[in-house]
Structures are given as C-alpha cells and as structure tokens.
Design a protein around this ligand. Structure first.
Ligand code: SF4
Ligand code: SF4
Length: 353
C-alpha cells in the first residue's frame, strides 16, 4: 500500500499561506511503526511511504526508524519513499541516507516570492538559507522537483520567481495558487496571474527552442492531457493513498486530518472498508458548477482534498481554482502551438512518446 505518515503538525516556518495548525503534536515511534506495518501488510510486492508534516525533517530520527523497519521486517518488498520539505534542515547525512534508499525529496521554494511568504516565526525571511539548501539538494538530486506557491499580493513576481529557479538549473517546477478563502484574489490580480503564466510560457518556449529539457508541471500536464490522453483527474479518494495522522487515525487525504467524520480506520484497527467506500462515493459527485464545461477532462476539479481546503466541501470548486485551471489550459495550448510550429519532431518526442 501507499501511505503518508504525518510526523508532526509543527514547523520551523510560518508561511503566510499555510493551512497547517502548527500544533505541538508529534507521531510516536510506536504509531509510526504500526503505520509502516499496516502499509506493508497487503500482498503487493511494492509499497511506498510519503513523510509529511508540518515539517517532516523535524523528525529525522523517526524517518530513519521507519525505513529501517521496512528493510529489516519486509526485505521482500520494494518500497519507495518521498517527502515534501521546506528544506531548511537538510544536511549531508540525511541526503546521503536519501540517496542510498531511493528516497525522493520535493522542495517547497517560492523563488523570490519566498521573501514575502516563507517566513520564520519571528517574521524574517528564509531565502538565503533556502538557496544554500537548494544547492546542496541539487548536488545529491539534480532532478529535484520544486513546489512553488503564488499568493495574490506577490503575483507580479511569479514569473521572475519561477525563472530564477530554472536559472539555478532546476528542471521541474510546479506552481500552485494560494486559494484560501481569505487569499484576496480579485480581477486585477487574476489578470496579472494570466500575464505571469504567459511570461513563464515564453521562457519555457525559449528553452525548448534551444533543446533544453525543462518542465513546468501545469503546462506539461495540460499538453499531455491532449497528446497522450492522460487524465488530469488523480483523486481516487481513499484508495490512491492512505493518510496516517500523527495520532494513528487514518484519513483519505491530508485536509481531513482531525475530522472524526472522515476517519477511515486507524493503525491499530486497520481500514474500515465501509467508511472508506462511503467517502470515496461522496467524492465522485462532480461539482454542479462544472456540468457541461468543455474543459472538464483537462481540469483538476475533482480533487476532493483541494476543494475541501478551499471551499469546505468536496464537491465545490473555488472560483480562483477554476480561473487558474482555465488560464493554465489556455496558456499551455498556445505554448504547444508555438512548439509544434518551431520543431514538430522535438514536440512529438517530448509529448507523445
Ligand atoms: S513550510 Fe509548509 S508546513 Fe511549514 S509553514 Fe510553510 S507551508 Fe506551512
Ligand atoms: S474549468 Fe472551471 S468549470 Fe470547467 S471543469 Fe474546471 S473548475 Fe469546472
């Protein structure tokens, strides 16, 4: 099975758009190892663990214990590991461990926008240390995946920020929008976001023309939804992945942590199949708002977790998310057209094979 262990809710940062509580709660070793045992308990030859927080690197020792548990107790299973981290606690020891255990690290980094949004509890920005850690991570994992977030009040820096990451030899960037209800987007900032996406597309196109392989996840996903008929729908709530909270309760996704009505089991009792199926069925109801939309197959409107976070309801899409999906599709299609005109053979190689 594949699952996420929420090692703590605590974090060493206080990003302005964070939805985390930062509560001082920590998964015990007993709960973590019971979670590992549960994930290894099926008859599949493979499994996977994502380590998540808060900031998972606050619990480095527990990560080592979990990986050691798999290796010693389940040597016949092939497990993969990954983690999303703010990176500030990365060091040579952990990166060597990650390299030796096929452990993938995604880094949250907003480029220059980090100065505004990624702050220590005392309000100082962390960009200098973050860039230092990024360079160290790139040494061990040259294909590092960056997760960036754009908020309404620094949208004018979005393209410059993403480009600054590519200029540091990053090959893969994903940009998400701070779409909390209080995020404060309006028509002007949405228009600016569209303009910024076009600037990113210009940069991606220039790289394509020079034969460089860089990926902007939002564009690639939308282009492949046409060229390879790859669905942008990834949710499969409750079945794709289990979210094991710090206290051992299991939820279908991270946003539901702590909500008793969304529990689908525990590390001691196992999965409650009835509860899992009921929540899964509830998540299949498409937002009424989207009925008849021609872009439906290329949109991530069925992400129950995101919808719940942004609207407090699995079956509702926020206007910001809808607008962002539309501008991603529009910009990606225009980019694809330019790429085909420039070099059809390279386009086919990249997006059809
Ligand atoms: S690093 Fe992640 S968990 Fe920590 S404050 Fe920022 S968004 Fe929240
Ligand atoms: S683009 Fe908007 S209306 Fe269309 S499927 Fe996506 S969220 Fe729904």
């Amino acid at each position: 099975m594949i699952g996420t262990l929420i090692l703590t809710k605590q974090c060493n940062l206080r990003c302005r758009y964070c939805f985390e509580t930062h509560a001082n709660v920590f998964m015990t070793e007993e709960t973590a190892l019971a979670g590992v045992d549960l994930l290894a308990s099926d008859d599949q030859p493979q499994g996977g663990i994502s380590f998540f927080g808060g900031e998972p690197l606050l619990r480095k020792e527990l990560i080592y214990r979990c990986v050691d548990r798999v290796k010693t107790m389940y040597p016949h299973k092939v497990f993969s590991y990954n983690m999303t981290t703010n990176g500030l606690l990365l060091d040579e020891e952990f990166l060597t461990f990650a390299r030796d255990n096929h452990f993938t690290i995604a880094l949250s980094h907003d480029g220059l926008m980090s100065r505004v949004n990624r702050l220590y509890p005392d309000g100082q920005d962390c960009l200098a240390l973050l860039d230092e850690k990024l360079a160290l991570l790139m040494y061990y994992q040259p294909n590092t995946f960056i997760m960036a977030t754009v908020s309404a009040d620094c949208v004018k820096q979005a393209a410059e920020s993403v480009i600054s990451l590519y200029e540091k030899s990053i090959c893969q960037v994903n940009l998400t929008v701070d779409a909390r209800p209080e995020a404060g987007w309006n028509d002007d900032s949405m228009d600016e976001l569209r303009r910024q996406l076009r600037l990113i597309a210009d940069y991606v196109f220039a790289a394509f023309r020079e034969g460089k392989q860089i990926s902007f996840h939002g564009f690639d996903e939308k282009i492949r939804s046409i060229t390879q008929q790859k669905s942008c729908h990834v949710c499969n709530l409750g079945y794709r992945k289990l979210y094991i909270d710090w206290d051992g309760w299991i939820y279908p996704c991270i946003q539901f942590g702590g909500l008793a009505e969304y529990r689908i089991g525990s590390v001691t009792e196992g999965i409650d199949e009835g509860a899992r199926e009921a929540i899964h069925r509830e998540s299949l109801v498409k937002p009424a708002f989207c009925r008849g939309c021609a872009l439906e197959a290329r949109c991530v409107n069925d992400c129950a977790c995101l919808n719940y976070q942004q609207c407090g309801n699995m079956g509702e899409v926020s206007p910001e998310q809808c607008a962002f999906q539309r501008m991603l599709i529009e910009t990606a299609d225009e980019l694809a057209r330019r790429m085909i005109e420039q070099d059809e053979e390279q386009f086919i190689k990249r997006y059809l094979q």
